[in-house]
Ligand binder design. Structure first.
Ligand code: NDP
Ligand SMILES: O=C(O)C1=NCCCC1
Length: 352
């Protein structure tokens, strides 16, 4: 029997502790075995495929298979409880149709389903709607990268103690959840929002003000240029489809340490950040194999995978610029889909 998990069902169990643990496990599992930093988990993650839907640009189908072995997830019953080991065979099918938000009846640009298979028989066991899952796991990858590549350079407690200014460049689906999640996880003093269509940044600012606790003390600013948004930023999350650079080195603060989560840009991942930033930065990726195929022409060498840094603790220096070049990877989808499935398999609770 193939179980179907709808978008509503998935949305009900997506929580940050569940997703963050699954994503961190995936980032570690894909790191090649090294006797200096042993890890019991592992992954087989072939390069994903891209199929253009016709000759017009901006319409692509990606297939993303992965097997992740012996990795840990939080218990869905109680996130504080002991972690459980899992192995998962999955394949995500995801489309990126960048014109969708401008349709008469707008749709998300990114829409996905995850297929889960039985490890013993290879039979398809579940189909899970994966659109929100994709947004959450992508934001989670930025959160995990920020924790290890930015905060940990200032010490083990920095993510709880340090006040930061965050810039969001691009307030689409990704930008919106990045903004909310960064405020939920870290001590955000100032949140600067920039979007090409100004009204979307204003709408997001309004929604966040409703949601954020007054006592959070976060000041939200709607900015009229990426430069204005980034000037005082410690962390920049950029998630657009821009083929031209939106942020330059001169937009960043100097000698104080800046971390950039470069999430977007579609066909060429690194086009939204200017080459002069890459040339001054340490660049980290989620996965070398995808980078080899998808980051051809990247204007800087890759320092490491994020998972390597989680394992070996070689954090950037305090004043450095770090970039997490997020491509998204199938192992993240496999681990998060498994965590969601576990949570949905719990017996229904009565309301009393
Ligand atoms: N790394 C990963 O794992 C993932 C990456 N992505 C990528 O993240 C990016 C954003 O995705 P998502 O938020 O879902 O998409 P949305 O369509 O919801 O948002 C797109 C955003 O990009 C802006 N934008 C588009 N073109 C330009 C341009 N030329 N200049 C400036 N801004 C522009 C839009 O502005 P406006 O409102 O004015 O149109 C909007 O804010 C995409 O590139 C997508 O491929 C998505 C999922 C996973
Ligand atoms: O990992 C994903 O999912 C995606 N990555 C790049 C853009 C499309 C979706």
């Amino acid at each position: 029997m193939v179980n179907y998990y709808s978008a509503d069902a998935v949305r009900e169990v997506l929580t940050w502790p569940l997703v963050n643990k699954a994503v961190e496990s995936a980032l570690v599992a894909i790191v090649k075995e090294d006797p200096k930093t042993p890890s019991t988990s592992f992954a087989f993650q072939p390069k994903r495929t891209f199929t253009a839907c016709g000759k017009e640009p901006g319409k692509i189908l990606l297939t993303m298979p992965a097997y992740v072995g012996n990795y840990k997830l939080k218990s869905p019953r109680d996130p504080g409880e002991v972690e459980h080991t899992h192995s998962t065979l999955a394949c995500k099918l995801v489309t990126s149709f960048s014109g969708n938000p401008r349709r008469d009846l707008p749709l998300p640009s990114i829409q996905a389903h995850v297929l889960l298979f039985d490890n013993q028989t290879g039979q398809l066991s579940a189909i899970m709607e994966g659109t929100d899952l994709t947004t959450w796991r992508t934001v989670s990858a930025s959160l995990v990268a920020t924790k290890y590549l930015y905060f940990r350079r200032f010490g083990a407690q920095a993510e709880q103690e340090r006040n930061i200014n965050v810039a969001i460049v691009g307030c689409g689906v990704q930008g919106q959840l990045h903004a909310a999640a960064f405020c939920a996880h870290f001590r955000v003093r100032q949140l600067n929002l920039y979007n090409r269509t100004h009204s979307k940044a204003q709408d997001l600012s309004y929604q966040l003000r409703q949601k954020l606790n007054i006592e959070s003390g976060t000041q939200i600013n709607v900015c009229s240029s990426p430069n204005e948004a980034c000037q005082d930023a410690d962390i920049i999350c950029i998630a657009t489809y821009s083929k031209e650079p939106l942020i330059q080195l001169a937009d960043l603060k100097t000698n104080q340490g800046v971390h950039i989560n470069a999430v977007g840009a579609g066909e060429i991942h690194f086009s939204e950040v200017a080459p002069d930033i890459y040339q001054q930065a340490k660049v980290y990726v989620d996965c070398y194999a995808n980078a080899e195929a998808e980051l051809v022409g990247l204007p800087a060498p890759i320092t490491a995978e994020v998972g390597e840094i989680i394992l070996n603790g070689n954090y950037p220096r305090e004043a450095e610029i770090s970039i997490f070049q997020s491509m998204g990877m199938a192992s993240e989808d496999a681990c998060v889909a498994q965590a969601v499935r576990n949570a949905l398999s719990l017996p229904q609770r009565f309301p009393y």
